[in-house]
Design a protein around this ligand. Structure first.
Ligand code: ADP
Ligand code: MG
Length: 312
């Protein structure tokens, strides 16, 4: 099973801004094939089109021309509404400035991408809590974003990017606003997530970080300048490995032998509840953390992986 599935195929993709004399191509006739399990770092001078590329791949923006196939579906020209839906289900986004919603608690921020999941709010918060536990941020779940350090906020953003079980994680300079210690922690998280079978595309200015990548692409003027794979496709982590899929820390009923292609979330099954679910929304009550939130653990704990976690 050496063949890695293609997750992304870009063909002749262009993005033009302006008209006439002011016409400017942020991306020009761009081709790229991404296999499942790659960890791609994109580098290049400011203004060369990295963010434009990531935004198109992330269905935040649309190409002017060319074709974009994601998970075997042509998504180049779908409506913005379908884009948003598709994005929520398939793509986890991590930004340089974290982009947490300031007036929502940590747990509510993390639960946001589940809005299209069809799950009840209680279930969504439970899933968010579960993934925060994985990042050792559970005791901060009722904090507000401003009460966390930059590094912690970015780890919350990483948790948020994973909660909906996306097939792809995109990160635009995720360590750009972090000191070197926090950067290191964030990169270790991304490394773990990748080693568990996820596909990551990350933009960075920092050449030192490319050691984490399986492939380094240098861009220049909206095109690929160099493209170097440091890990052969056949050696990429295999998403079919049941041990690897468990990053997807969703408290799902144990689906036997996880599919390689995570499909849009199934309709929720009735959630077993140890205690009646809280009537009220979680209160954004910063400094205090309910000893054990009543939302604890109906579902089986996600299988532990070998991944070691820091306490901080
Ligand atoms: P990078 O992320 O590599 O720094 P960007 O993708 O942000 O580069 O931008 C690529 C080029 O496209 C830049 O010259 C930028 O000025 C231009 N650009 C980006 N967004 C817009 C926009 N909304 N309108 C006009 N020009 C834009
Ligand atoms: Mg940019």
């Amino acid at each position: 099973m050496a063949i890695q599935e293609t997750i992304i195929e870009l063909q002749g993709l262009s993005k033009r801004y302006g008209l006439g004399d002011a016409e400017y191509y942020a991306l020009r006739d761009f081709d790229l094939t991404v296999k499942r399990g790659e960890f791609i770092m994109i580098m290049g001078p400011s203004g060369c089109g990295k963010t434009t590329l990531l935004n198109i791949i992330g269905l935040i923006d649309k190409p002017t021309s060319g074709q974009y196939t994601l998970d075997d579906r042509d998504v180049s020209r779908i409506s913005s509404r379908r884009q948003a839906k598709f994005r929520a289900r398939q793509i986890g986004f991590i930004f340089q400035n974290f982009n947490l919603i300031p007036n929502l608690s940590i747990i509510e921020n993390v639960a946001l991408p589940l809005i299209y999941s069809g799950f009840h709010k209680y279930r969504r918060l439970l899933m968010a809590s579960n993934i925060l536990e994985h990042f050792h941020l559970q005791e901060r779940e009722y904090y507000m974003p401003w009460q966390l350090s930059g590094g912690q906020q970015q780890r919350v953003a990483i948790a948020r990017s994973l909660v909906a079980n996306p097939s792809l994680i995109l990160a635009d300079e995720p360590t750009g606003n972090l000191d070197s210690r926090a950067s290191h922690i964030v990169m270790e998280e991304l490394r773990d997530i990748h080693s568990l079978g996820n596909t990551i595309i990350m933009v960075t200015h920092n050449p030192a970080l490319t050691t984490y990548a399986t492939r380094v692409i240098n861009m220049l003027d909206g095109q690929i300048d160099t493209d170097i794979k440091t890990v052969a496709d056949r050696d990429l982590s295999k998403p079919g490995d049941p041990e690897k899929i468990t990053v997807r820390i969703l408290p799902r009923k144990s689906a036997p032998a996880p599919e390689t292609t995570p499909k849009p979330t199934p309709k929720p099954k009735p959630t077993p509840k140890p205690v009646p679910p809280p009537k009220s929304e979680p209160k954004p009550e910063p400094a205090k953390k309910p000893k054990k939130s009543p939302t604890k653990k109906p579902a089986a704990k996600p299988k532990k992986t070998s991944t070691k976690r820091r306490t901080k």
